[in-house]
Design a protein around this ligand. Structure first.
Ligand code: NDP
Length: 472
């Protein structure tokens, strides 16, 4: 496992000009290693390299770019074990989940290699034809978070490259090593300057968002930072794709299969220890089955083995950083003060590591913090309901609108209910899964634009409409 001490700019490993920052292992709270910190001048250099590489890269054929992506996927596969271990050490998730992240990211690269940009003929008669073409934007700045670090980097990077753009990436300061190593591994498959990675704190993301040499920012992270990026990007009217937070609700109807629902709900609520934008974060259960379902949820949640993600048998790791841990401990205190009842969990584990076990809580007010805020951690509030109209109003209350699900044996009824949710994705009888062919994005303050599939690819392009007058 190599923890890189260098940035990657213009096809070369480069020493940082702004010192280093310590990255902690969240399972032990010990320093894992010092990561390089870029200066804003190095951001300028990375952008200049990407601008100069763009001139060549945009003119490569679609087939050449597909082949490059397929070679990148092969390299990722060769280094899969190393990448997974880096993710466990810096991010905290159990090894098996990190291995799935690397395998999923690699499959995503291959899928994206097969996507193509359409040419639409929108008008044609004997004298004239109008075609709509898609052209790359230029330099894309990618700013990624710490929860699914490699997966989200691939979600940003691959469609940008496939559409003919060049890229400057900034990983989260909490999880930089997977990105620094990935670029060393895949860099040789691309001309110098096509991909660059600069690491640093929020000021580096800010510098990228303001940079006149960057044409688009793709960002995944908090709503607050998304708003800052939007403001900073106005200088040169950058294009934006913002994938921000979610506070996804699930509504469980009384006809549901309890065993099956409990398995699916626990998987969706504690995906990545709850640190997933489209994790299930509020559970509304019909009062007729509330107690019976809670019992099953607790049984499934308690199967998890909590600990250091490198330990054999551990299925549930720490939350990723002290900020997140402190915030979640505050939420647990708030629940306790408000009279919430913990059915399982409720206390962080003693000793080192940001370990909070799977927690299920009832007797919470639908307007309390744990329901209204995006907890982004392993605490699931369960709220009984008996009136469908009221529950739909509650589902649509928060500022977020990323996803939502309905659980029922009656698929048609479930679909009719979920169609009234104000969110970008809905699921019936499961929750939070994404697919490379299916557009994914948020309504309201959950974001702007979509990722994945043909629509996601088109977000890395601008339209060129060609009006052609036929001769003769
Ligand atoms: P942020 O949104 O602050 O961080 C995400 C990325 O943005 C990081 O790379 C960060 O860099 C960078 N960044 C920070 N400030 C700026 C800025 N001014 N301009 C440009 N980029 C910037 O998330 P947090 O880590 O603070 O997490 C806070 C909350 O965000 C979580 O509790 C959760 O609710 C939500 N979140 C949502 C995610 C999602 O998948 N939608 C993922 C992660 C968090 P750096 O790390 O160096 O500060």
């Amino acid at each position: 496992m190599k923890l890189c001490k260098t940035l990657y700019i213009n096809g070369t490993s480069v020493a940082p000009a702004n010192g280093t920052l310590d990255v902690l292992n969240p399972a032990t709270e010990k320093v894992l290693a010092s990561a390089p910190v870029a200066s804003t001048e190095q951001v300028d250099r990375a952008v200049a390299a990407a601008r100069s590489a763009f001139v060549q890269w945009r003119d490569t054929s679609d087939e050449e770019r597909s082949q490059a992506l397929l070679r990148i996927a092969d390299r990722m596969e060769t280094h899969a074990d190393e990448l997974a271990r880096i993710i466990v050490h810096e991010q905290g998730k159990p090894l098996m989940i990190a291995q799935r992240e690397v395998a999923g990211a690699t499959a995503w690269v291959r899928y994206t290699a097969g996507l193509t940009l359409p040419v639409d003929v929108v008008f044609e008669d004997d004298s004239k034809r109008i075609e709509v073409h898609r052209k790359p934007l230029g330099v894309v700045g990618s700013i990624t978070p710490w929860n699914w670090p490699l997966m989200i980097l691939i979600w940003h990077l691959m469609p940008a490259l496939k559409a003919g753009n060049t890229v400057v990436c900034k990983p989260s300061e909490y999880t930089p090593f997977h990105a620094l190593r990935l670029f060393e591994i895949i860099g040789e498959e691309l001309p110098a300057g096509v991909i660059n990675v600069v690491n640093g704190r929020g000021d580096i993301g800010q510098a990228m968002s303001e940079h006149d040499g960057i044409d688009k920012i793709v960002f995944t992270g908090s709503i607050a930072t998304g708003k800052r990026i939007m403001g900073a990007a106005a200088g040169n009217l950058k294009r934006l794709t913002l994938e921000l937070g979610g506070n996804d609700a699930a509504v469980v109807l009384p006809d549901v299969d309890l065993e099956q629902a409990a398995e699916g709900i626990i998987a969706a609520a504690y995906k990545n220890m709850g640190q997933t934008c489209a994790a299930l974060k509020r559970l509304y259960v019909h009062e007729d089955i509330h107690d019976a379902l809670c019992e099953k949820l607790v049984a499934v949640a308690q199967r998890h083995v909590v600990g250091d993600g490198m330990e054999p048998g551990v299925t549930f790791g720490p939350v990723q950083n002290s900020m997140q841990y402190t915030y979640l401990c505050g939420l647990l205190d708030d629940i306790r003060e408000q009279g919430g009842i913990f059915l399982c969990g409720g206390e962080p584990l003693p000793g080192k590591g940001y370990l909070i076990p799977p927690t299920i809580v009832t007797n919470v007010d639908p307007h309390s913090r744990i329901v209204q805020e995006e907890q982004f951690g392993p605490i699931l509030p369960v709220i009984p309901f008996n009136d469908l109209e009221e529950v739909i109003t509650l589902v649509n209350e928060p500022q977020e609108g990323l996803g939502g699900s309905v659980w029922s044996a009656d698929i048609e009824k479930a679909q009719a209910i979920s169609s009234r949710f104000e969110c970008g994705s809905t699921w019936i009888n499961f929750h939070g899964e994404v697919h490379p062919s299916a557009p994914f994005g948020g309504c309201k303050q959950s974001g702007l634009g979509v990722e994945f599939g043909q629509e996601g690819l088109m977000e890395y392009t601008s339209v060129q409409t060609r009006h052609i007058l036929k001769q003769g």
